[in-house]
Structure formats: C-alpha cells, structure tokens
Design a binder for this molecule. Sequence first.
Ligand code: DI6
Ligand code: FE
Length: 413
Amino acid sequence: MTDFHDLPSADGLWTHLRLAPEALGAGHAGMTDAALIVRDGQLVWVGARRDLPEVASGVSRHDGAGALVTPGLIDCHTHLVYGGQRANEFAMRLTGAGYEEIARAGGGIVSSVHATRAASEDALYALALPRLRSLLEEGVCAIEIKSGYGLALEHERKQLRVARRLGQDLGVTVRTTFLGAHALPPDYVGRSQDYIDLVCHEMMPALAAEGLVDAVDVFCERIGFSLAETEQVFQAARSLGLPVKLHAEQLSDMGGAALAARYGALSCDHIEHLSAAGIAAMKAAGSVAVLLPGAYYFLRDTHLPPIEALRAAGVPMAVSTDHNPGTSPALSLLLMLNMACTVFRLTVPEALAGATRHAAQALGLQKTHGTLAAGQAANFVLWPIDDVSELAYWLGQRPACRVVRQGRIAVSS
Ligand code: DI6
Ligand code: FE
C-alpha cells in the first residue's frame, strides 16, 4: 500500500469544475465553470473561473475535466471498530425474533462485546481497515468512530486507539466518541449504577486524559440506559469539557433528545420516535438530527422519523451509515443517501448536505470540513457525472471518482 504521505499533492489550481448544489453553503444552487485553489492542504480560493485571481505561473495545474465537485463526504455516526459479526441474529430476526428480545437473551451488543474483548488491538485494526477503505473509496474524508464494544477500560481504550491509528495511517479525519454507556456489560448485570459510576469516574477521565475522546455518547433506550443514567454521563462529560451526542428515541420516546439538548448536544441520532417537544429543544440548542436509514431498513422498522416536522422547524439533518455489526452493517454512505431519499423522503440536495455540511456540524467540524470555501481543509470529490442525483441513484455500485483528501490525491477510480 502506498503510504498516505507519498500520494501526489493536490496543491495548485483546479479548473473545469462544476460545483454541486449545497457545496458553497446552505441553499446554494451550484455553479458551472468553477475553479479552486489548494495551498498547503487547504482551500484558499473557490469560485467562478471568471473571477479567478491571478495565479503565479509556477503553480501546478489540475484539469477537473468538467466533473461535478462536492465537499468530501463525512460519515458522522459509526461503530467501525469491533470483533466478529452478527449474521446469525439477522437470520433469527427473519424468522420472527425481535432486536430487543435477542438483546435481552444475551445476544445483541453484548455478543459483539465478547468478540471485541477477545481481539487484540492489531486484530481489530486489521478488521476495521477494509471497512474504512470502502468508505474512503467513495469519497469519505472524515468519519466518526465510537467505542462501546469493549465496556471495560482496557477494551474501550483498544477500540479508540485503533480509531486514532486508522486516521493517522490513512490520512482521514477521525473523530472519536466514547460510548462506554452502550450496554450493561455481562459482569455488571443487576448493578447498573456501579457501571455508570465506572464509566463516569474511571473510564471517561482516563481515556480523555490519553487524548482518545473527542465526544461522549450514550445509548439511551429501554435496552440501554435510562434518562437519569444518561444525565450522569453527560454531567461527567461536561466536567471534562467534552461535547455530547445521543442515541435517542430509536425504539421508543424516552425524552432523550430534550435532555441532550439541555447539555448542548452536537447531535441526536436515530430519533424515529422523536416528539414535537424534542424537535423544539433540538432547534433551540442547535443540535443536528442524524438520520440513520441503514438501521431503519435493516431492523425493518416502520416508524419513520418526523422528517417533515424537522424540516419545518429548520433542524439541520445529517445522514450517516451507523455502521455496526448488529443493526447496520452498511459500508456505503452513498447507499445511505439513496435510502434517505427513498425511505425518508429527503431531497437529493438535503441528503448531500446531510453527508457533508450537516455531518460536519454533528461532529463540531464545520469550520474546517463540509463545504467548499477558503479556509476549509482540502477535502473534495470530483465525480464525472451529469447530475447530482446520480450520487443517490445507484444501488450496489459506486460511481467512479477522484478524491482529494487532506490535500492529497487519494483516490482515482
Ligand atoms: N446504534 C447502536 O449503538 C445500537 N443501534 C444502533 O443503531 C446497537 C448496535 C448493535 O446492535 O451492536
Ligand atoms: Fe449507532
């Protein structure tokens, strides 16, 4: 494999580009005959070619060949690092077993915990590497990776260290999220307060001190943690200065989104059962609604998230894979765009904003990621397609693309 730092630099002037809708910001209609300038891995100018400032003659030239350009895609909710897989549960659900029922019988998240604990750090890295590569091949330039399949300090650490290593080795922005409160580990059954104390007072401070935690998440659910337990985790995060996000109202309305909003959450994710009060709270707090159509589809859910009400309220909507072994073994963000449109009825520009600008906001990265603008990192994708709708159109095939990631030409397919 070529080392990321040996890949060709994207520095210089890029011309013959068409900018996709939303590429320059909210409501932007797109632009024909555009150009951009990359210097030292950053975008320093983006606009119409006729407005191009004078460029020194020694500067490298890159021909975009008329490609449609989007910002680098961002997958803002994944559980990418884990051992094993759960195809057996998929088969069980097809013959009638429910997700919650399987979890209560000792399967579900806990079964991935056993497989993750049994794997070494290098083994977890080797398993996650091809997953991440397939996302990068279709233009992902930033990704969130959660812990939550270790549920003990050393094993959560292992997951988060793998996430950091992947980011460094592959030249991709990785935001790590500590999800110690994902499920009650088998050794704590009947002692959930003891486990929450461990999460808040031992695991979170230790991992944060090691620089492994960019944000904190909780699985607030009947089969996860209660509202009161979630709040304890949020308080611990606040005392360490860490932002929070929440797996909220996926299987039931627990009031999690309103709680998360009170803690200024970056995002509330899933939200199939989100109430009107939850929407208002999210709007007031500026939290992003992260839609996860892969999990909705894979669990054959029928309770749609309140898309129209979120849209009417002006809550920013992101779209992500939720890649995980139990409810969304999805490795294509473009396929999620398709599902966000067909199943959740987003428009194509909404779905694209959901995998770029709004996804950046869900990670607190909006100053450097998610749009094409001077000052942003040089993360963008050239798609040789006529219409932006093609990004959400193919099922099971990725359109060819050229990806500039962290200022390097990282993919040419
Ligand atoms: N994200 C999660 O954390 C849970 N569901 C989801 O969409 C559980 C994932 C799992 O079953 O492993
Ligand atoms: Fe998830």
